[in-house]
Design a protein around this ligand. Sequence first.
Ligand SMILES: [Zn+2]
Length: 446
Amino acid sequence: MKAIQFLPAILLLFIIQSKIFSQEHLSYIDKQEYFEIISQGEFQSKSQIGTKEINPGGQINLKFQYSKKSLEEAQIIPKNLNIFFQNVDQALLTDKIKTQNKYGSVSIMLDRRAKNFLKYSKRNNTIAGKLKVVIDASIFNQLAEPTDFKETDLALTPVIPAEMYFEIKLSEKLEDKQDALNKMNAELIINVKSKAYDLQGVKIPALQFVIEESNFKLEMADMLLFESVQTLCLQPVFIRSYKLIWKESANWPFLSTPMLSVHTTGLGLDFGIPALRNQWRKADVVFEIREPIILYNPEFRIMDVDERTDLLDLVDEDDCIEIYFVQEFNPNDFAGGGFTMGSGTASAKVVSSDENAFWGVDETHLAHEVGHVLGLRHPNAEATSTSVPGSTGTLICPSGFRNDNPPFNSLENMNLINNPLLQFSFQIRSTITNDCNESADCGSCN
Ligand SMILES: [Zn+2]
């Protein structure tokens, strides 16, 4: 840690001249130096779904921002506050949606349309407040709309509005922790409540989630020298099929031998990874890409439009985003060659056609779909509680089939992204930066 104390002077000169230093986007934080608090902790909750008491375990991932000035005004900005519970019996939420996965996730995130703030009390050493949040569950993904994908490649998952009481009692005062990198312990109390809710005709009972953790660990860093990196887990899903073919013998024209032809989808993964990593690294997002899961369901190798719900129900990893690769869609140009069910939610899933790789044009396609997973909509779309429009002239512009999305990313996209599965960590500021700030200087979509 001591070595870090010497780095500031050297790095400062360099950073001041770099584009990364421009913080005009942080309208709520002063243009002066600001800090971020991050944490990721595991917990056991005391929760209730309807009248049934459950104690699901889970993880909280948070990122808050403050400056010296905002502390004087007792304000902390909860940039990301995500909670997700694993192994929750989905039938407790509803028995109206049929699924092959009895257990799944429930996640809680800030309502993207609400102006959420937390109060810092110097006297009590607490950060506390009431926040508008939304609740998502694995099973809600099957209610994603629109279902026709004529105009778009994105269907939004409906979520339940809820209220959160949030409080952390810090072991030390924030003002006393002004080094480049600090650590602190805290006591955490979270209480989330929602009323019984009609989710597109499906009745969901009242929900309550209570988390009390006395050994909660926080890290804070000076953003002049550090940046927070967010890691998202991706789970590729391939489809393998076998076909018996008869090979004619060259010497004996009437003799054929049977041969097994094996085909596995997934051509689009290696094809899409370079742009996925390059484009999102500009927004400080890195990916943990798991080993592919291989399904032996040849009926989905060429996916018909109305098969998608059955396909997406086959794999459901609570802590990772599934990306299915099919050989082609029927019709081929369906949803422009790939689509995302759910935006900004832990239950989001992507389906991509290997034809993107076959034609060799849509290099940014996978990065685009993951942009939807990260809570971005197309630039002209309306903001919802989980998904907000990104910048024109960037990878989040729609492209259609056999046309690539713009290979650019913006500061605005970086500031807007969220997904409950993002995990935050600090690193010394890198020189990799965005291509542009926002729609005004990023160009148009076509
Ligand atoms: Zn799209």
